[in-house]
Design a protein. Structure first.
Length: 347
């Protein structure tokens, strides 16, 4: 397993990060333990979660994923062997009334409360990487490519958020901080604020990146490399789409698209055509489509880690095994040809 530096910190994380958002919904605690045991045995030391997990978020299971991770660390005595990353819920216009009253902000009150709750569920004294799940402002995230400004929209100033994060870092409750679903303007404002002494420097940005969504390359890649704010790529398999399991109008039992068909981020004619082309290329080269897709993500210079999610151990083994897959120049050229035909089908 390859280990990479997290931002400008002294922390080294595995290039494969174990995602956890199915634990407590699609996966039981026992299955979560099995995944954690296997991943750790394979050299994975990086675990990503969030206070709102599992997905789909609902009052009955809110926070359950963090509890499962906390229970595993307590049962196995593994706290000092793993890097734990979690996230605070962003503004949600009352969609989650059971999370601090439904209108969470990135201010001192909400960050302090969220950190305390996550620490309790995780059964730990310190969170290694604390991330802002999405911006505390109106912006183009979750499938939107174009930015449309909203005058007068409520938002917490980034300087205020940095000051709130500074409090929990100095208290020893958080080691490092990161962003998620951010754009270049937001990352640079956080970086500049830290340089001005207003709070801790962000170490990472967790955004979507896959063969179906390479938009990170257009502007964010330069920021990630020049400012050492590496990408933690979520959905590197485009929510399982790049495995090919949904092609030809297939709806596998228990799969996320089958369970939640309204989530159409990785669906559509262009997405289907691109996926079919990538899957065929993988098979032509004797590779598992998932391994090919992950290997492509892992080779990017701006990447710190690819966050994988699996509901079965077989899926997990394939995903972790992708760290050993190398891609030839001819294969990379073929992937570029497909990208030129189907550019950003799933932003």
């Amino acid at each position: 397993m390859e280990y990479r530096r997290l931002g400008r910190t002294d922390v080294k994380v595995s290039a494969i990060c174990l995602g956890s958002m199915t634990w407590g919904e699609q996966n039981s605690e026992q299955e979560g333990f099995q995944q954690l045991d296997y991943a750790l045995d394979q050299g994975v030391n990086f675990i990503d979660t969030a206070e709102m997990y599992p997905i789909a978020t609902r009052a009955e299971t809110y926070g359950r994923t963090e509890e499962i991770i906390g229970n595993w660390m307590a049962a196995r005595g593994t706290r000092d062997k793993v890097i734990i990353a979690t996230k605070i819920v962003g503004p949600n216009a009352g969609r989650f009334p059971y999370i601090r009253g439904g209108e969470t902000r990135f201010d001192r009150k909400h960050i302090a409360a969220a950190v305390e709750a996550s620490l309790k569920r995780l059964k730990t004294d310190t969170i290694d990487l604390y991330q802002l799940h999405w911006p505390d402002r109106a912006t183009n995230d979750f499938g939107k490519l174009a930015y449309q400004h909203e005058d007068g929209a409520q938002e917490t100033p980034i300087e205020e958020t940095l000051e709130a994060l500074d409090v929990v870092v100095k208290a020893g409750k958080v080691r490092h901080v990161g962003l998620s679903n951010e754009n270049p303007w937001g990352v640079m404002r956080f970086v500049t604020g830290a340089e001005q002494g207003k709070g801790p420097r962000v170490a990472s940005v967790q955004n979507p990146y896959s063969l179906l969504n390479r938009s990170f390359e257009t502007r964010m890649a330069e920021v990630a490399i020049r400012e050492d704010v590496g990408l933690l790529a979520y959905a590197p398999l485009a929510a399982g789409t790049l495995t090919g399991k949904y092609l030809n109008d297939q709806w596998p039992a228990g799969a996320r698209r089958t369970l939640w068909p309204d989530n159409r981020r990785y669906q559509g004619p262009q997405a289907d055509k691109a996926t079919a082309a990538y899957v065929q290329i993988a098979r032509d080269h004797g590779l598992d489509p998932a391994a090919l897709a992950l290997a492509f993500v892992l080779r990017q210079r701006f990447l710190t880690a690819a966050i994988i999610g699996a509901t079965t151990l077989d899926q997990l083994k394939t995903d972790i095994g992708a760290a050993e897959v190398s891609l030839s120049d001819d294969l990379l050229a073929a992937l570029e040809d497909i990208h030129k035909r189907y550019t950003y089908p799933c932003p």
